[in-house]
Design a protein around this ligand. Structure first.
Ligand SMILES: Nc1ncnc2c1ncn2[C@@H]1O[C@H](COP(=O)(O)OP(=O)(O)OP(=O)(O)O)[C@@H](O)[C@H]1O
Length: 349
């Protein structure tokens, strides 16, 4: 079943075409991430779904019921959606309990049962209920904001860059807690983010947006593994694009002759290689691969990236290897590429 169906959605602000014809199906439950760079129209799309603004054209339907379209504009309070803004926007003078139960009928607020349920759902200690927002960490504040959004049991929760003010480690754990809470509540999440790691790790469906349009919608693995074009490839992860000549299912480029995915364009093209596809071997002709000289190494603990100059013409590529396997700068090594590569037509890059 589809939780949300968007067709031909457009919105213009003066000379700026913020949304230029959006079609999107959001399946029930799970998280759909709207991923794109600053200014591409993500927040505008979320605001139209929430009902905070009206589209110039197009329709938005929740299940079978149209909430925005020609002659229809259901107000935000009647859309039964939850909204989690960037920094929680909690009421500073209210306790956590009062923040969470703010939108509930008085009888429910008094009973305390729903509050306890919501605290459990977002994995907050019941003792935090008496505190005020300034006595909580950023991650706890975002959990309170989610609990408040989930309180009236909405079927759709809109999350507008909810983790952007958190540091990297808290972002991951808070993101996972939010995903679990949405799942347990049976709600569908729509997460706006410009962070590809967040989108790929939390979402079941990723919708990549650029200049007011959706350029690719798919499962995280599909968007990362078979991006629609070189810009999507670069946006969702580190990408090496090399000129190549394709013949059948083989592409010849600076990293040798590589297997392509079936159906690749033929002749002059560009191949996409992810840094983790490059293996670094000892400099021994029997290892196969192409020779390269190792340059700067960036350690990240669990893994490392290595800059490499591929011989003979010093084509620069970056490999991602286990932290302990990075060669010393200046060492001559051999490079192999695992797995088939994606091919893009020359004019597509
Ligand atoms: N109320 C408004 N009036 C005029 N222009 C607007 C308005 N809201 C958005 N825009 C413009 O529409 C475009 C899309 O903005 P939007 O906020 O939707 O992008 P975004 O992808 O959410 O960006 P960010 O990640 O920086 O929040 C931008 O060029 C923005 O300047």
């Amino acid at each position: 079943m589809t939780a949300l169906t968007i067709r031909g959605l457009t919105k213009r602000f003066g000379a700026v075409q913020a949304l230029a014809g959006i079609d999107l199906d959001v399946p029930e439950q799970g998280i759909t991430a709207i991923l794109g760079p600053s200014g591409c129209g993500k927040t505008t799309l979320l605001r139209l779904i929430a009902g905070f603004a009206s589209p110039d054209a197009g329709t938005i339907a929740f299940g079978a019921s149209v909430v925005a379209g020609p002659g229809t504009a259901v107000p935000p309070q009647k859309r039964h959606i939850g909204y989690v803004p960037q920094e929680g926007a909690l009421f500073p003078h209210l306790s956590v309990a009062d923040n969470i139960t703010f939108g509930l009928p008085r009888a429910m607020r008094r009973s305390g049962h729903r509050l306890a349920e919501l605290l459990d759902l977002v994995e907050l200690d019941h003792a935090t209920a008496r505190r005020h927002p300034h006595e909580l960490s950023g991650g706890q504040q975002q959990r309170v904001a989610l609990a408040r959004a989930l309180a009236p049991r909405p079927s759709i929760v809109l999350l507008d860059e909810p983790f952007s003010s958190l540091d990297a480690s808290l972002r991951l754990s808070t993101g996972q807690a939010v995903a679990q809470a949405l799942d347990a509540a049976g709600a569908t999440g729509i997460l706006v983010t410009h962070d590809q790691d967040e989108a790929l790790s939390l979402a079941h469906q990723v919708a990549v947006m650029r200049e007011g349009r959706l350029v690719q919608v798919g499962a995280p693995g599909t968007v990362y593994g078979t991006p629609a074009d070189p810009d999507v490839a670069r946006f969702v992860g580190a990408a090496i694009l090399l000129p190549a000549v394709v013949d059948g299912e083989r592409a010849t480029c600076a990293l040798g002759t590589l297997a392509t995915r079936p159906g690749a364009v033929q002749g002059r093209a560009h191949v996409l290689i992810r840094p983790e596809q490059i293996g670094i071997l000892p400099d021994d002709a029997s290892s196969g691969g192409v020779p390269a000289v190792a340059g700067a190494v960036s350690y990240f603990g669990h893994d490392a990236t290595v800059e490499l100059a591929v011989q003979p013409d010093r084509t620069r590529v970056t490999a991602r290897v286990m932290g302990t396997r990075a060669p010393d700068p200046g060492t001559t090594v051999r490079l192999s590429v695992s797995g088939p590569v994606i091919v893009f037509p020359v004019d597509g890059s």
